[in-house]
Design a protein around this ligand. Structure first.
Ligand SMILES: Cc1cc2nc3c(=O)[nH]c(=O)nc-3n(C[C@H](O)[C@H](O)[C@H](O)COP(=O)(O)OP(=O)(O)OC[C@H]3O[C@@H](n4cnc5c(N)ncnc54)[C@H](O)[C@@H]3O)c2cc1C
Length: 158
């Protein structure tokens, strides 16, 4: 990469090369304490294989602003008031995590299934809705059960 090379001139490897697997959340973690709300990567909201981290961070950020507005307006600063954030975000994101993590477990862990899924997707005309193809592959081809894809307009990935 000639454009990048200049920035590494004189650089030395200081330790062995390492890699980490990206996290893949399966449910919304505890995202509040009394006095603070946590959004995005700060509470492990990234989903490594399908919708990644930006949508969940933005959705949570917007909801956090709405809830803070409510807390400041009503003056209800109780633990229960802050705890509403966990349910609000869980209702929005948990169906997404459940669908995509089920697919990861059933398909991504086996390269043969990944290849079969890719070939299966090509049998659909045009540009199919990917999550419907995912669902059909798991239920009709693998004969396994998984949650329905989140509704159109709510899905954070295709
Ligand atoms: C290489 C890479 C590629 C990615 N590609 C995608 C993608 O294609 N699509 C996608 O959806 N997601 C992608 N992600 C994930 C996405 O970038 C993150 O999930 C998202 O940025 C998280 O947003 P956030 O606001 O939670 O955290 P951040 O974007 O990390 O924001 C946190 C901010 O807090 C600041 N900060 C930290 N500590 C302090 C402190 N003590 N005081 C003040 N400020 C502080 C940081 O400087 C930072 O600006 C990618 C991530 C990486 C690393």
């Amino acid at each position: 990469m000639p454009n990048v090379k200049k920035y590494f001139e004189g650089a030395e490897l200081v330790d062995e090369l390492k890699g980490w697997r990206l996290l893949g959340s399966t449910e919304v973690q505890k995202n509040y304490v009394r006095g603070a709300l946590f959004v995005g990567d700060a509470c492990s909201q990234a989903e490594c294989a399908h919708f990644y981290g930006i949508p969940a961070g933005m959705i949570s950020g917007r909801s956090a602003a709405e809830l803070l507005d409510d807390i400041f307006t009503t003056g209800d600063d109780s633990e229960e008031s802050w705890a509403r954030f966990h349910k609000i975000i869980g209702d929005k994101l948990n169906p997404q995590y459940e669908f995509y993590s089920a697919f990861r477990n059933l398909v991504h862990k086996d390269i043969n299934n990944v290849n079969r899924m890719n070939e299966y997707a090509k049998t659909f005309p045009g540009t199919p809705i990917y999550s419907i193809v995912m669902y059909k592959f798991v239920t009709e081809i693998l004969g396994e059960k998984m949650p329905m894809p989140p509704a159109e307009g709510e899905r954070l990935s295709q």
